[in-house]
Design a protein around this ligand. Structure first.
Ligand code: FE2
Ligand code: FE2
Length: 161
């Protein structure tokens, strides 16, 4: 799969996320629709990018914000599938487990993934985790209403099979 990112996107961000983006399992996120109008891959990339920008502005750990943003919904199944608990509580645990298995995530990254659905689920315990939780909700709203922001603006990211 070719994922072409516009030259307008900072190399510093791409360096952080490229090993995740090159992973063949991670690329399968492009097969899942998210918030009706986008894919889980595009949603995750945008959460990662905006979180990275916010973390830099706020003097936080931008690398952690970018990586946790990339991985917060790393689940290879349809969220309409039934689980032993509601998906709003279940999918962060699956994403954290998948991320641990495939990428060497830190405790801080794991906690940010697990708490991204707050207040549905645990409260974030770091500034970076708060940023992920906030950005995820903001992206969900803009995606629902087909408003292109950051990397979801036209031609910022192109995915070709
Ligand atoms: Fe999520
Ligand atoms: Fe999300």
């Amino acid at each position: 799969m070719d994922i072409i990112v516009s030259e307008h996107v900072e190399a510093e961000f791409l360096e952080i996320v490229e090993c995740i983006l090159a992973n063949s399992d991670y690329q399968k996120l492009s097969n899942y629709v998210q918030h009706k109008n986008t894919t889980r891959l595009m949603h995750s990339l945008n959460v990662a990018y905006i979180s990275w920008k916010l973390a830099k502005k706020m003097g936080c750990d931008a690398r952690t914000a970018a990586r946790a943003g990339m991985l917060h919904d790393f689940c290879l199944y349809d969220f309409r599938e039934k689980a032993e608990e509601a998906q709003v509580f279940h999918h962060p645990k699956v994403a954290a487990r998948m991320s641990q298995e495939r990428f060497q995530i830190s405790e801080k990254e794991r906690d940010a993934i697990l708490s991204h659905m707050f207040p549905l689920g645990p409260m974030p315990t770091s500034k970076e985790a708060w940023i992920i939780s906030f950005t995820d909700k903001m992206c969900a709203v803009t995606e629902r209403f087909c408003i292109g922001i950051a990397l979801s603006r036209k031609n910022r990211v192109q995915v070709a099979a």
